[in-house]
Design a protein around this ligand. Structure first.
Ligand code: G6P
Length: 609
């Protein structure tokens, strides 16, 4: 949450920082600001609203060779110009951008106020600026160490000292921070996205480390002030992956990338052993014999990643026959979860930075448990701190509403379930069948995408409803939850997902002519039961939309609108059923004129609990 970036070098920092901010905007976009040092003056420009608003107010003449910038997702204090960052010390000589939350800010604020510091904003960040002033006696590193020692909470910080225009200092505790090492220039940011236009050479700052950069050097120290050596890594992502291309929105582009993304999730075949009907996954860090010691599995995530974790649990139980439950990381973290030798945990996170999931992972690890990550962002905190894991290789996902990461996470769970299942009960022939089901998915997704216009028409028909229910059973129940999440996230229409079996126990009270129900009805054990549930909705005058892989006349008779998807094995069906739901949500939000890629109140990477 919140994006931060700093630049120091020979070029004008302004366009570099503004361009970087735009690449970080998905992290938060209610206000933004920039701070620069030029001609021995510290200048700060801040504006409520999107980055484009700030950009319009910046005069073409401003420049500086070092600067910091911030895009905000408000936590403390209203969204306005004053609460935007950078926050500046009382004497106007130190500026700070911050991502995270200072838990003890209120006691620090009282103390600083009693010492005579005057606060301008309602932010927690302003205490950091004043603390830095308080401890600064000429040595910026000393001031930073002393100020940080006072802070409880999470932070990714970049600090600009007017007295030292040739350095920037960054610090991290709980919020990501990465250093980009360029040619006679150095950058610091919360995300590699913001750096890669300038350099591919990066290293990550770890918790409780601070880093001092000049245009041609860097030095990282830990809390004991001991120097920590850093390994430079090369970022492989291509710039084109960060562009919208011919699409109006990143979300639509990412939906249409999904056939290719699924191929990448199984390594274009490299993660499959077709002859043995199984999968091989390199980075799990588990000895083969240890797999037989797994008694149960817990999968966790938040938002869309949690729904992927739910499907993962379903796959692992059904294919590998290992008892598995899925949990929201934020609940798992604080409920004194049972950690035992035979329990394996999976942390699912596109960004690899979601703090709810990160803190849950650390809690389990501290109690001796083993946590494997299923992440997209290479080098992210969860990817680095997990005990092993699998990258989904979906490429950068920019739209706040997750689409391609979801199907890749599900696909990776399918590979895991296949691998563990083949070690237990699945015979070779069935394993081979599973592989051919998975490798047929990309073309089947393309078939659905070719019918996108049908979903656009459907979206136009339903865009004016105030409430929509999403219903299914079994492995597609989490898809119903995901479909409802997509719709509410980007269109602000109230949408809820339920298991179709549960509606008669309460939610059916919501059904009338004004509340349509979207059913996912796939062939399988619960097919007839779902038809029965559709009858129940029709009997109460509710409109029914059916997404199905069956052309059974009974579904057509029961539904007001029907969308056909290709047939597949039930275990891979979520990879298909979710696609029409993504497009339905997208086209409704677009038709209503909503900001699809940056919906209100949300952020893509949520680094606060
Ligand atoms: C936020 C985003 C969701 C995302 C969730 C988990 O809430 O808005 O789209 O699913 O975080 O994100 P992660 O990066 O951990 O997958």
């Amino acid at each position: 949450m919140c994006g931060i970036i700093g630049y120091i070098g020979n070029k004008n920092a302004v366009p570099i920082l503004m361009e970087g901010l735009k690449r970080l905007e998905y992290r938060g976009y209610d206000s933004s600001g920039i701070g620069l040092i030029n001609r021995k003056k510290l200048s700060v420009h801040k504006k409520e609203g999107k980055i484009s608003v700030l950009e319009k107010t910046l005069s073409k003449t401003i420049h500086g060779k070092s600067g910091i910038a911030h895009t905000r997702w408000a936590t403390h204090g209203q969204v306005n110009d004053i609460n935007a960052h950078p926050q500046v010390s009382a004497n106007g000589r130190i500026a700070v951008v911050h991502n995270g939350i200072i838990d003890n800010y209120s006691s620090l604020k009282s103390r600083l106020t009693s010492e005579g510091f005057k606060f301008q904003s309602e932010t927690d960040t302003e205490v950091i600026a004043h603390l830095l002033q308080k401890y600064y006696t000429g040595d910026p590193e000393e001031a930073v160490q002393k100020a940080l020692a006072q802070l409880d909470g999470t932070y990714g910080l970049i600090i600009l000292f007017l007295d030292h225009p040739d350095i920037l200092i960054g610090a991290r505790n709980g919020s990501p921070l990465v250093v980009g090492v360029g040619e006679k220039e150095m950058l610091l940011a919360s995300d590699v996205n913001a750096l890669i236009a300038h350099t591919r050479q990066v290293f990550y700052v770890e918790d409780r480390e601070t880093v001092l950069i000049t245009k041609d050097s860097y030095k990282t120290v830990n809390m004991n002030n001991s120097v920590v050596s850093k390994q430079i890594e090369k970022i492989e992502w291509e710039m084109a992956e960060f562009e919208k291309g011919d699409f109006n929105h990143f979300m639509l582009k990412e939906i249409f990338e999904q056939p290719e993304v699924i191929r990448r999730s199984y390594g274009g075949g490299g993660r499959l052993l077709p002859g043995f009907g199984t999968a091989k996954l390199g980075g799990l860090n588990i000895e083969k014999s240890e797999y037989f010691d797994i008694d149960n599995i817990v999968t966790m995530g938040m938002g869309t990643a949690y729904y992927a974790a739910m499907i993962g649990a379903y796959l692992l139980e059904n294919m590998a026959r290992i008892p598995t439950v899925a949990e929201q990381s934020s609940e798992l973290r604080y409920r004194n979860t049972i950690v035992r030798k035979g329990t394996l945990f999976f942390a699912v996170s596109q960004s690899g930075e979601t703090l709810d999931t990160l803190t849950a992972m650390r809690e389990i690890q501290n109690r001796g448990g083993r946590v494997l990550g299923i992440c997209n962002s290479v080098g992210s905190t969860i990817a680095r701190e997990s005990d092993g894991g699998v990258y989904i290789h979906a490429g950068p996902e920019i739209a706040v509403a997750s689409t391609k990461a979801f199907i890749s996470q599900v696909s990776v769970f399918f590979l895991l379930a296949l691998m563990l299942g083949r070690m237990r009960d699945i015979p070779t022939s069935a394993g081979k069948q599973y592989i051919s089901e998975l490798t047929a998915i990309p073309d089947k997704i393309s078939e659905i995408l070719e019918k996108a216009d049908e979903l656009k028409t459907l979206a136009n028909k339903y865009k004016h409803y105030k409430n929509i229910l999403f219903l299914s059973r079994g492995i597609n129940y989490p898809v119903a939850l995901e479909g409802a999440l997509k719709l509410k996230e980007i269109s602000y229409i109230h949408a809820e997902g339920f298991s179709a079996g549960d509606i008669k126990h309460g939610p059916i009270a919501l059904v009338n002519e004004e509340t349509p129900s979207l059913f996912i009805v796939t062939k399988g054990e619960t097919f007839d039961k779902l038809l029965g549930n559709m009858e129940e909705i029709k009997a109460r005058k509710g409109k029914v939309i059916a997404i199905s892989n069956s052309e059974d006349n009974r579904i057509k008779d029961l539904s007001d609108d029907f969308f056909l998807i290709p047939e597949s094995h039930e275990m891979v069906s979520p990879l298909l059923t979710v696609i029409p739901l993504q497009l339905f949500a997208y086209y409704i939000a677009d038709a209503l004129g909503k900001d699809v890629d940056q919906p209100r109140n949300l952020a893509k990477t949520v680094t606060v609990e």
